[in-house]
Design a protein around this ligand. Structure first.
Ligand code: FE
Length: 134
């Protein structure tokens, strides 16, 4: 991933001190949480999902759906929320998704989502913070 379009930059030392070990492993080291472990899989309330690292608005509950993958899934991000890069690790060609503001890794996007976009944003729940609409 290039960090040239990222607005908020911190040293890896700073990220290590501000994120939990699980968040650091996913968001700064492109890790993947185990499927079916995030409490946000079950989150059905109206509200907004923010970047766990920097608080940037990423996804609305209106685009969340049950994909059956074991990770929180959305069919579209909020405007200007995310950036993407090509990920060719694990002998696959995938599109990596990160927070546009801080560059924190979120997950991947696949072209097998529901209408209206046909996209599936497969996101690590540990990279998200949910706030219910008041
Ligand atoms: Fe962020």
């Amino acid at each position: 991933m290039t960090d040239k379009n990222v607005e908020l930059t911190k040293s890896e030392h700073e990220w290590r001190n501000t994120l939990t070990p699980e968040q650091y492993q996913v968001m700064r080291q492109h890790g993947t949480e185990r499927p079916w472990t995030s409490p946000l899989n079950q989150e059905k309330r109206a509200g907004t999902f923010f970047c766990a690292a920097c608080g940037h608005e990423l996804f609305s509950s209106e685009t969340k759906y049950e994909s059956g993958s074991g990770w929180p899934s959305f069919y579209a991000p909020m405007p200007d929320a995310i950036g993407t890069s090509s990920d060719t690790s694990l002998f696959m060609e995938r599109t990596e998704v990160h927070c546009r503001r801080c560059g924190g890794h979120l997950g991947h996007v696949f072209p097998d989502g529901p209408r209206p976009t046909g996209q599936r944003y497969c996101i690590n729940g540990v990279a998200l913070k949910f706030e219910a609409k008041k």
